[in-house]
Design a protein around this ligand. Sequence first.
Ligand code: ADP
Length: 484
Amino acid sequence: MLVLKDSNLFQQLCFINGAWTGADSRETIDVTNPATGEKLGTIPKMGGAETRRAIEAANAALPKWRAKTAQERSVILRRWSELLLEHQEDLAVLMTAEQGKPLAESRGETVYAASFLEWFAEEAKRIYGDVIPPHQSDKRIVVLKEPIGVCAAITPWNFPSAMITRKAGPALAAGCTMVVKPATATPYSALALAELARRAGVPDGVFSVVTGSAAGIGGEMTANPIVRKLTFTGSTEIGKKLMAECAGTVKKVSMELGGNAPFIVFDDADIDAAIEGALISKYRNTGQTCVCTNRFLVQDGVYDRFAEKLAQAVANMKVGDGLKGETQQGPLIDMKAVEKVEEHIQDALAGGARVVTGGKRHMLGGTFFEPTVLADVKPGMLVAKEETFGPLAPLFRFKTEQEAIQMANDTEFGLAAYFYSQDVSRVWRVAEAIEYGIVGINTGLISTTVAPFGGVKESGIGREGSKYGIEDFLEVKYLCIGGV
Ligand code: ADP
């Protein structure tokens, strides 16, 4: 049983047009704690009809919301951000209970989530247009930046709060309204955000949260002509499907999709720093982030030393229930996630790789898995091509810089990449040669509100966070004034 200081933050209904809805829902979905398997509660299983209602409410709320001054929208967003911080502990407990990440990470994510609301509260005031010198002397040319309109968001379970505020922050700042479908595994963080939005003064219909059938809700979001933009974070597979669905009404899309992040360690790297970066980039959220390292590419000269040190550090990590003590690794989100990690390990072992540490389900049972390091992994293996999304570090060996670049780019993905080198010329050469949207150089931690997050190739379209993030929610309108 979940006990919060503010029990109203634990909502088991949907939030549509400023009201808690769905108490009479015929069907509900159970939400469980992945660390214990315990049922936390239920959520209404809603579909197309309720989503349509939320979209229509967002459309009705749009004129008033976009007509507010930037300052007025900014004050509300800032208040929303402050409320997240005031309720940090409750939000963190809720998040760990439904998602499994260690409490310290949930506290961190809550601050990260609040930071997007604060950042875009500021950016709301800096949506500048343009005046262009005209091509004819009796004309004047002005460029306006206008809100796109009603937006729909579909978000994943790995960052139950931050992936919502990273979208809702810029959308609302720009003057758009939004309907969110959170991941079914982690709806309570989203519903708590809705409760805090209400308290902050976000008007009815401006921000709604609908839980339930992915296909039903997603289908309505992508087909309804009122929706002008879909912003999605999740797998490349579902992203492609949603893009195809959006084609019918030519919606704008932002896509934050899968990755296959390389982490390159050159012979000239500071190995201790690389180990520290490796732990953060690989094992944060038990390997379940789209910027988690998927492949360690290690140069011949330091391969054995790196493998040994990494294995030592990994073997010392504390696995357990995120709500208890000093846990560093929580459970995986579900059994399917466990099976994927196992499949990748088995495939690698069959091809000649070896286990350096870990390698199997954890004795705690459930969806707990031992943090694992594999050595002698080769390019043809599954781990080289697919995102593992779990606590598995496969170590590949390379000889030359050119070979490392070729291996790093040998994937259809292009979200985050990392590399460690102390040679400044090499740093520039490699940074420019790798095809990724985000490059961590001598660091394993790249996510921040102030920098543009997003991928190239099949990892996505658009950027989130930073001054660039608001552009994705703006249309450019050009006024040509004649006869001056
Ligand atoms: P993940 O591997 O992170 O679960 P998914 O792409 O499966 O990635 O899910 C991300 C989000 O997309 C979740 O909110 C999920 O419910 C939603 N989703 C999954 N399938 C569909 C679909 N067919 N239509 C719309 N949304 C979907």
